[in-house]
Ligand binder design. Structure first.
Ligand code: FES
Length: 495
């Protein structure tokens, strides 16, 4: 046996273990969260851990063989978007809701994002939001994006259960905190509505997601799933109603359905995009809804960038020039999150520090002491990601016979829309200048959609209507997308 003495947030704890496992595995087994975007494959370089008298090691390739002292970075704070905006529905609670199981019923709308999870707790008698809580998705330790997590399910026995319980345990912690705070019991939690991408919902329900990563990319279910509390591992009333919103395809999930249904718009033709670890795009043309998904990857969440990181404490979130940047929280700077990456890229393009083809003349240093920089490889990743998103939107418009100028609005969901500088996104060619005055961030439309589903049958009907009106386009089947993708790799928007 060997001993690992772990130091974190001023406290220490000793782990006893046998040699033969990686440091990452040991830490994960003992409940420590280590950021591991490639799921421990040794390719992302992000799982660095400080070992006393040795320095930083890649924890997924380091096998402790003797007693060591491990210094973990303090827990990071997440900045998760939860608020309501004017573009989103805020429906009244159905007064006809009846048949509650207890005299004090509560419900929860749960938005399971690949990166973050948000819970809205609702008093089912008054319609009052009692609490909003959030946490970083603990499945992050198995990979930053859905494909890496699916790969983990494929490679290891019992891994689906492991992924499922990682998120379920953390949801249960939030449910328990809530019941303690409002002085009720799990019996009073009577209705839970879940939204998320198709993969997240499969893992939540313990359905094997591997077929979604293999052509022809099929899923086990896309319809609404309903269960009772005793059919789940959730700390809720045994007869509680548990619902997942319907999805459209393996890569256009209930998050897009909830977001589209939550939009309060009068436009006829509009775009709705949700860029997370995957880019989901919907184009509404009159009564028809056209959708597609782009494999943008987690670049805009920092995972494929050498100094990239999630939008948490210490991340550079905006950048306007040398020594002019803004960080999240007070720690750092530690790295760069998506909005910062887009700003820095725009700065490099505008100041001709990269040329049209993306050639970076020299590594761009942002903070010398902390070794925060942007490299040529980073630029290539950004080019791939921005072209994928732009080309996906453009191809879908072409398929439907619309153009950027003929759509009346572009709504951008989630933290991506809220925190990015639109001008920077236009400048690097992620979004089109032709639509520059019609771009609206809408906030957490997915979570707000789940909340409306919890409150109102009208919203349920609205989301059911979307399911009847959608068309799905598989971009990888279209030569046109490949051509667009190649054409839009360059930075030629800045003129
Ligand atoms: S290099 Fe270790 S998790 Fe990616």
């Amino acid at each position: 046996m060997i001993e690992l003495k772990i130091f974190e947030n001023g406290k220490s704890h000793v782990i006893e273990t046998k040699p033969g496992e990686t440091l990452l595995t040991i830490l994960q087994k003992h409940g420590y969260s280590v950021y591991a975007p490639c799921g421990g494959r040794g390719t992302c370089g992000k799982c660095l851990i400080n070992i006393k008298d040795k320095g930083h090691v890649l924890s997924c390739t380091y096998y402790p063989e003797k007693n060591i002292e491990v210094i973990l970075p303090g827990k990071v704070e997440s900045t998760i978007l939860t608020g309501q905006t004017d573009c989103l529905e805020d429906l009244q609670l159905d007064i006809n809701n009846a048949g509650y199981l207890t005299g004090n019923p509560y419900g929860a709308a749960v938005d399971i994002g690949t990166t973050t999870v948000v819970l809205y707790f609702l008093d089912m008698l008054t319609g009052k939001i009692e609490k909003i809580s959030s946490f970083l998705n603990p499945q992050n330790i198995y990979g930053a994006d859905v494909i890496t997590r699916i790969g983990y399910c494929q490679e290891y026995e019992n891994s689906l259960k492991e992924l499922q319980m990682a998120v379920v345990n953390e949801i249960n912690r939030s449910l328990d905190d809530f019941t303690k705070e409002v002085k009720c019991t799990p019996e009073n939690l009577e209705k839970l509505v879940f939204v998320g991408n198709t993969n997240m919902l499969h893992i939540l329900l313990g359905e094997y997601p591997v077929s979604m990563a293999l052509a022809p990319f099929t899923q086990k279910f896309i319809d609404t799933q309903t269960k009772t509390g005793n059919q789940s591992e959730l700390n809720v009333n045994a007869n509680a109603g548990i619902v997942t919103l319907p999805c459209i395809s393996a890569y256009v999930g209930a998050d897009i359905v909830a977001g589209l249904a939550a939009l309060k718009v009068s436009h006829k033709n509009y775009l709705f995009i949700d860029i997370g670890t995957n880019g989901e795009i919907a184009l509404v043309k009159g009564k028809e809804i056209y959708t597609c998904a782009t494999a943008a990857g987690p670049t805009f969440e920092g995972a494929n960038i050498s100094c990239g990181m999630a939008a948490v404490s210490g991340a550079i979130a905006s950048f306007t020039g040398n020594n002019h940047y803004r960080m999240i929280g007070n720690a750092g700077p530690v790295g760069i999150c998506g909005s910062g990456i887009i700003d820095i890229m725009a700065y490099l393009v505008k100041n001709r520090l990269v040329d049209e083809s993306g050639l970076l003349h020299e590594t761009f240093i942002i903070h010398k002491k902390n070794n925060i920089r942007v490299t040529q490889d980073d630029i290539r990743e950004i080019q791939l990601a921005k072209s994928t998103v732009y080309s996906g939107i453009k191809t879908l418009l072409n398929v439907v016979g619309l153009s950027f100028t003929s759509v009346e609005a572009l709504f951008i969901a989630g933290g991506f829309g809220n925190y990015i500088n639109i001008h920077s996104a236009l400048l690097i060619g992620l979004l089109s200048y032709e639509i520059k005055d019609k771009i609206y961030p809408v906030g957490n439309s997915t979570g707000i959609g789940a909340l409306q589903y919890l409150k109102s049958d009208f919203f349920k009907k609205k989301s059911d209507t979307i399911i009847k009106q959608y068309h799905y386009t598989e971009l990888s089947d279209l030569d046109e997308f490949t051509t667009e993708f190649a054409l839009n790799m360059n930075f030629n928007q800045y003129v």
